[in-house]
Ligand binder design. Structure first.
Ligand SMILES: [Zn+2]
Ligand SMILES: [Zn+2]
Length: 448
């Protein structure tokens, strides 16, 4: 993102005037109190963060539209990654690129001591044909930013620009993670948050907490949603393969028909959700595809079924998998055949917002957005690979309202008609900048 001609000067003057002000006096503990090294950091410069974010609004829209017009699928975000790396370098931020194939890891070191926060944005698009008739319509046939990742990348780059303009006052370090392949890498490739971590994210430099946000078409633009504990579900993909023995459809006793076995399995798996596991913990078992047989009068030689399970609790996730395995083997055995249950593709644990980190972040969010616009939201059964990052260090993941009913912006994520209200972009910058600033200024032990 290029700076507006006037913004560096304004920010520089503002930074100088604050730098010249006397530092806040350090708290002196009473003589009897145990000695602690507590640094009292000055409060976040909310007004200047807000002003800088608002001043960036036209550039945020421009970048978001650029990314939207040039969407790239997971692990193929070469233009996107290079563009982000170039703009971060132009801000004078240390840049490591490429990371995890097409991602970017950038480090902004503040002028004051403090903790280290990571801010993550995903950058991949989806194989969906855009149907919106807008000037910034996707120019890539069959590919579209239908999950709002163009907005996420724009917002996190916006935070980098705002905070780099205030770097002399910024406590601690902020690590910006622009992550490829959140929607899952192509078959046979690794990628996403796990590969980012494998290539140094959260470790080099070491990070105390990780933050991020997702566009939410269920929330009005101007609103931010939070949850403590689970905010997105775990996701695991399974394939059940039932073995059969092909024969003539009129002589089934001479073969082994896997289709009734599959039918029994579908019936037998749902009670694991409705009868066998605690109803107070949400979970889903979906069979999305069934494939078997080639002709009406031929007994199939096998049936395979693919599906997904979602949970909000790791113990429930493990328990459900164990019960599925038992059920698949047992039902097949009852029919005198065998069936296998395989876990395939990328999987995600539930995304758990750290309770202490969430609590500590709410004041910053309320200052950024106004108390009335910060709402608690229920968890969703969709999944997010940010969950892997939030398992390594405490994490806080927000939902950013992007809905605007008056303008007809109501389509859900992962649809051909999804769009976001760009008025949400500067709000996202303010929210994340405030949250990260407060975190970095906090005492070192708070979330450890
Ligand atoms: Zn998505
Ligand atoms: Zn997404």
């Amino acid at each position: 993102m290029r700076r507006q001609p006037s913004s560096p000067l304004v920010l520089l003057l503002a930074a100088c005037s604050l730098a010249a002000a006397p530092a806040a006096p350090a708290a002196t503990p009473p003589a009897s109190a145990p000695r602690q090294t507590v640094t009292v950091a000055p409060p976040a410069p909310d007004d200047r963060i807000h002003a800088a974010a608002e001043a960036l609004a036209p550039k945020l829209v421009e970048l978001r539209r650029d990314l939207h017009m040039h969407p790239e699928l997971g692990n193929r975000e070469t233009r996107t990654g290079a563009l982000l790396a170039e703009r971060l370098r132009a801000l004078g931020i240390e840049v490591r690129y490429p990371v995890a194939r097409t991602g970017v890891l950038a480090v902004l070191r503040g002028g004051r001591p403090g903790r280290t926060a990571a801010l993550r944005a995903d950058i991949d698009a989806l194989p969906i044909q855009e149907t919106n008739d807008v000037p910034y319509k996707s120019r890539v046939s069959g590919v579209k930013h239908a999950c709002g990742h163009d907005g996420h990348a724009t917002i996190v780059l916006g935070v980098a620009e705002v905070l780099s303009g205030l770097r002399s006052e910024l406590p601690g370090t902020v690590v910006f993670l622009f992550q490829p392949a959140e929607e899952g890498p192509p078959e046979g490739e690794d990628g996403g948050a796990l590969l980012m971590m494998k290539e140094g994210a959260l470790i080099d430099p070491p990070v105390d907490a990780v933050f991020g946000l997702h566009a939410d078409p269920l929330l009005d633009a101007g609103t931010v949603g939070w949850a403590t504990g689970p905010i997105f579900a775990s996701s695991d993909t399974f394939r059940i393969t039932v073995a059969g023995k092909s024969t003539h459809g009129a002589l089934p006793h001479t073969g082994l028909d896997p289709i009734p076995v599959a039918a029994d399995l579908i019936e037998a798996l749902q009670p694991l959700v409705s009868r066998e596991t605690d109803a107070r913990s949400p979970k889903i078992l979906t069979i999305g595809t069934i494939q078997g047989g080639s002709r009406f009068n031929i007994i199939a030689d096998k049936v395979s079924m693919d599906g997904t399970i979602r949970t909000l609790d790791e113990a429930v996730r493990i328990d459900l998998k164990t019960r599925m395995d038992r059920t698949v083997r047992g039902i097949a055995a009852a029919h005198g055949t065998t069936a296998t249950l395989a876990w395939i593709g990328a999987s995600n644990p539930a995304l758990i917002n750290d309770a202490a980190l969430t609590r500590a972040s709410l004041p910053a969010l309320r200052r950024a957005c106004g108390s009335d616009h910060v709402v608690e939201v229920p968890p969703q059964m969709a999944a997010e690979d940010f969950a892997h990052l939030a398992r390594r260090v405490p994490g806080f993941y927000l939902k950013l309202g992007v809905r605007n009913e008056k303008r007809g912006i109501t389509a859900m994520l992962h649809t051909a008609a999804f769009d976001l209200d760009e008025a949400a972009l500067p709000l996202g910058v303010r929210a994340l900048a405030n949250v990260v600033w407060d975190f970095n200024a906090g005492p070192a032990s708070e979330t450890r």
